[in-house]
Design a protein around this ligand. Structure first.
Ligand code: SF4
Length: 461
């Protein structure tokens, strides 16, 4: 396992600086409002006319939550008024119908992801309505080809409901656990019992979910190495197929909820690195493979296999095994990627309803990629998914001479090469085991916008 990832503390400290996560390239700060509804419709039309139209991937954003987790940086609406969710669902159905009409009937929908907020804020009956609307508007791929997932807040569902979710057509789920320690849970206002999580994971296995994932966060208030070690041990014992360990970015000046965390409870920066080191050591010792960017998976998991055979993909939801899809974003704030464009929906429910009420789409900004953007996107994806850039493959696809075109980037990468993090060879660049935690830093060398970007980013490690 250690050939995949090495934790070199001094180098991790040296390269830990703000940088994009590259769920898209160019990143969201480049999106602009000159790209509007008509541009999106044109992109959908072009995607239908492609020689081989891509399969479809749909993301649905459910923004509601019953209580506020103090670390939260998501776009959410905290409310106990379930009427609001019922009203939102009605508009969502409108949007599904309008969007579904833009894409040719023959195009299969192979991927679905429900994120939030809390998708399980909706009752299973409401989720059933949502699935029926999607099924009516899009052509679902046969069950064996589908990757239909949702995020589950363990506080909102029972084991019986987990079985129902499987019956509704979902075959993957991720549980937001974050930390089992009660003091940490209280400090972030997210108390959930270990027993409940264990019962839900067992129910998911029994129900036949193909992939069960658990999300953890390190760097939360009151976390110690010993307390997080105990959480990791319990999670490893549950043996989820995938584990995502996110680094908590404490930015109270940006996210109001985080101001509710007591500053004196925050772990010092060196503790965060200890927690990261611990996480890598424990998970790799337990047989998990580092996929990249906070994600670990069991050796037999599809993500690990895709990483090994070079078919791993990266999208707005993280890593995926599915072939490149056209992605449709539904609900407030959601982002789509259709052909050579990105698009984003409005962020407020009032605007969302207003636009849909006028028969318009909810897209309010976006971006159409230039040839240079597409080239850089391919290079960054190669690094993030395969730890390697094959110059010949990029040259054949884009008609450039890699070493000439990227002379500046190669120069910028030299420091990482001198530090033993990347190898720059005659025909390729490879992220070395000590550099894999710093893949964002390497990707930043190929980002043409970063120097002038006003975006605020989390730290790279
Ligand atoms: S972390 Fe998740 S459940 Fe908690 S407030 Fe944010 S979106 Fe809601």
């Amino acid at each position: 396992m250690q050939d995949h990832l090495l934790f070199d503390r001094p180098l991790v400290e040296k390269y830990d600086r703000p940088g994009p996560r590259y769920t898209s390239y160019p990143t969201a700060p480049q999106f602009h409002t000159a790209f509007a509804e008509d541009d999106y419709r044109a992109a959908a039309e072009r995607s239908n006319r492609a020689e081989t139209p891509k399969p479809l991937s749909v993301y649905v954003h459910i923004p509601f939550c019953k209580s506020l987790c103090y670390y939260c940086a998501c776009n959410k609406i905290i409310t106990h008024n379930t009427e609001r969710a019922a009203e939102y669902l009605a508009w969502l159905k409108e949007e599904i119908a309008v969007q579904g009409a833009l894409f040719d009937e023959g195009r299969r929908m192979t991927q679905l992801h429900l994120g939030g907020g809390t998708p399980t804020y909706l009752s299973n009956a409401q989720l059933g309505e949502l699935m029926a609307s999607l099924d009516a508007a899009f052509h679902f791929a046969p069950p064996a080809e589908r990757e239909f997932s949702l995020e589950v807040d363990p506080r909102t569902v029972t084991p019986e409901q987990i079985h129902e979710l499987h019956d509704l057509g979902f075959n993957r789920l991720s549980f937001g656990v974050q930390d089992f320690d009660l003091d940490v849970q209280k400090a972030v206002n997210r108390v959930q019992s270990e027993e409940d999580v264990v019962a839900l994971v067992q129910a998911a296995r029994k129900a036949g979910f193909e992939s069960v994932s658990v999300d953890l966060i390190y760097g939360l208030p009151l976390q110690t190495v010993a307390s997080f070690d105990a959480t990791l041990e319990k999670i490893i014992a549950l043996r989820p197929d995938r584990i995502a360990t996110y680094s908590y970015a404490h930015l109270p000046e940006l996210f109001k909820a985080q101001r509710l965390i007591r500053p004196e409870d925050m772990p010092p920066p060196e503790r965060k690195l200890e927690l990261l080191e611990l996480t890598i050591r424990r998970l790799t010792a337990a047989g998990y493979v580092y996929i990249g960017m906070d994600h670990f998976a069991l050796p037999e998991d599809e993500l690990t296999l895709a990483r090994e055979n070079g078919t791993l993909q990266r999208n707005f939801q993280g890593y995926s095994t599915h072939a490149d899809c056209d992605m449709i974003g539904l609900g407030i704030t959601s982002i789509g990627k259709v052909g050579d464009t990105y698009s984003q929906n409005v962020k407020e429910t009032a605007q969302y309803q207003h636009r849909l009420g006028e028969g318009r789409l909810a897209v309010f900004r976006g971006y159409r990629l230039s040839e240079d953007d597409r080239l850089r996107r391919d290079v960054i994806n190669a690094l993030m998914c395969h730890n390697r850039i094959d110059f010949a493959a990029i040259e054949a696809e884009h008609g450039i001479v890699f070493r000439d075109y990227f002379a500046d980037a190669l120069e910028a990468l030299q420091e990482m090469a001198d530090d033993g993090l990347v190898a720059i060879r005659e025909h390729e660049i490879e992220l070395l085991p000590a550099g894999r935690l710093m893949m964002r830093n390497a990707a930043m060398a190929f980002d043409a916008y970063l120097a002038h970007s006003k975006g605020r980013y989390s730290r790279t490690v």
